[in-house]
Structures are given as structure tokens and as C-alpha cells.
Design a protein around this ligand. Structure first.
Ligand code: SAM
Length: 279
């Protein structure tokens, strides 16, 4: 296991994960091949085994972010994303949050009596209760105003109440769970242009800062162009990346090396304090 840390490993992730100890990974950020949409070299995708191995190797309180979308085949969406999410629950994960990755520049589609698809799911699974959450904060629209009351929803208790908790309204609040990114245009994303479906670096950055601390182990079992390892290095985390394709592993190693050789690029942020909604 030790010799896998801070490495990009070429192979079938199910086989490589078998070399890992139990309960070692703090965060996985990954995206599987979607319903055979893209023909990756050497494609083998044993989903159920991957989900079980991810559960075994994730630390208690650790998180898996699974970014996925459905193909439309014979006039119907396949529903694979939902089936996978429910299977993750079956193997023991909590479905902590169903988040949306909204593309600000979606690929225009041929009109097929449906609206242009512009999002993917980001299922956030946790092994028990989440250990680390450094919430991203955004500006409150009504900051400083003396409003009469705000409605708060407590999802765990399934209740919604109207209370005077914040008067005047605070400057910041916790960001919502629909995250928007431009795909493939930024310079840091152009590094991955030999791969057909890389993550935007900022999407990975937002998840790593949300769910881990400095020094934690961040994993991507299907790391493609290596976006997850690249951003993990930049943020002072340890990483493990696996991909079945020799060519993509080369791209991933180049991207990681580029960051490792330029320590000035490292962003060593201080963890934000746990956010207390009642403050
Ligand atoms: C959607 S892409 C991931 C892209 C990646 N998130 C990035 O930022 O570049 C899925 C990747 O899974 C890899 N893959 C498919 N089956 C695999 C397997 N069994 N083990 C490891 N990698 C696999 C493919 O080669 C492909 O690069």
C-alpha cells in the first residue's frame, strides 16, 4: 500500500485496489466511463466490484464523490446513474448528498424533442457520518438587511421552521449544492486536452477543500488525465491515481510533475472553521 502513495498506477482499478489496506482513503473524487459513451482504450468496467472495494478502502467518515451522467439509448435515458447510486447504498455507504455539476458551456445537441442536457450528477457518498466538512461560503443576497425572519430547514429532522436567527442578515452563507463550471477553456484544463472527458480543475479543488484536510489521502481509481491527483498535489494532499490506459497515465504523470516542480503554485489554505448556521 505504502508504495502506491503519490503515484499514478497503470492498471484495472479493481485489481490495484486489492493491494490497499482497509480504511485508508480520506476522499475519492472520480468519474466512471458513462454507459459506454466513450470508447476508452482497454475498457473494462466491473462497477459492482469497484463500489465494494471503494467501501472497503474508505476511512470511516471518508467520502466518495462519483460524477456520472446517463446515455440516452432508444429514446430513453438509461438510469444507470441512479442504479449506481442505489448500489453504493447497498454496499454500506450513506448517500450524503446528490449534487449537480452544471456546465456553463454545454455541448449543443441535435433537437430530439428534449431540452439541451447541461448537467451531470455528483453523488457524494460517505462511510458513516462525514469526518471533515469545510463548507464553501458565498455572499448572502440580503446581507445587512433587517429582515423579519428566515426559514430554516433541518433535513435530518425533516422539519422546517421560521425563526429570527439572523438579523441583520449575515454576509455569508453555505453555498448550494448545484455547482457551475466552464468546461475545458481555462489554461489549467487545457493541460488535459489529450483526454476526451477531463474534470474542470476547479470542480476537484472545491471537493478536496470541502471534504479533506492538509496531508489527507485523495484517490481517483479512474483518473484519466490526472485532474484529481494534480489538484491534490496543489492543495498539499497525498494522492493515488489509477487508469487502465497507458496513454492517459502518461498525461496524468506529466500534469502532476508540472505542479510538483512549481511549489510556488501550491495553495496551502487554512481549513475554515466548522460553519454554525445558528451563529
Ligand atoms: C470519465 S474518464 C475520467 C476522466 C478524469 N476524471 C479526468 O479528469 O481526466 C474515465 C476513465 O476511466 C478509465 N477506466 C475505464 N475502466 C477502468 C478500469 N477498470 N480501471 C481503471 N481505469 C479505467 C478510462 O481509461 C478513462 O480514462
Amino acid at each position: 500500500m505504502e508504495n502506491c502513495i503519490n503515484k499514478i498506477i497503470e492498471g484495472n482499478c479493481v485489481e490495484v485496489m486489492k493491494r490497499f489496506d482497509n480504511d485508508v482513503i480520506d476522499l475519492t473524487v472520480t468519474s466512471p466511463p458513462y454507459d459506454d459513451l466513450r470508447n476508452y482504450k482497454g475498457y473494462v468496467f466491473p462497477f459492482e466490484e469497484i463500489a465494494k472495494e471503494l467501501y472497503r478502502i474508505t476511512k470511516p467518515g471518508g467520502v466518495v464523490v462519483w460524477v456520472v451522467a446517463d446515455a440516452t439509448i432508444d429514446a430513453t435515458e438509461t438510469g444507470t446513474s441512479f442504479k449506481q447510486a442505489l448500489y453504493f447504498k447497498e454496499v454500506g455507504f450513506n448517500l450524503h448528498d446528490t449534487m449537480i455539476f452544471r456546465k456553463r458551456n454545454p455541448i449543443p445537441q441535435i433537437y430530439r424533442k428534449r431540452y439541451n442536457n447541461e448537467f451531470e450528477y455528483m453523488f457524494v457518498f460517505s462511510k458513516g457520518v462525514v469526518n471533515t466538512h469545510n463548507p464553501i461560503l458565498v455572499d448572502c443576497m440580503h446581507a445587512g438587511l433587517e429582515l423579519n425572519g428566515t426559514t430554516y430547514k433541518n433535513y435530518s429532522k425533516n422539519e422546517q421552521k421560521r425563526e429570527k436567527l439572523a438579523k441583520p442578515v449575515k454576509d455569508k452563507k453555505i453555498k448550494g449544492n448545484i455547482w457551475e463550471y466552464v468546461v475545458g477553456k481555462k489554461e489549467e484544463d487545457q493541460e488535459a486536452k489529450g483526454h476526451p472527458a477531463p474534470f474542470p480543475c476547479q470542480l476537484v479543488r472545491d471537493h478536496i477543500t470541502s471534504w479533506t484536510k492538509s496531508g489527507d489521502i485523495v484517490f481517483d481509481p479512474m483518473c484519466g488525465s490526472g485532474t484529481t491527483p494534480r489538484v491534490a498535489v496543489e492543495l498539499g494532499r497525498q494522492y493515488i491515481g489509477i487508469d487502465i490506459s497507458h496513454e492517459y497515465c502518461d498525461i496524468a504523470r506529466q500534469r502532476v510533475n508540472l505542479i510538483e516542480m512549481q511549489p510556488a503554485l501550491f495553495i496551502m489554505e487554512e481549513p475554515t472553521a466548522e460553519y454554525d448556521i445558528a451563529k
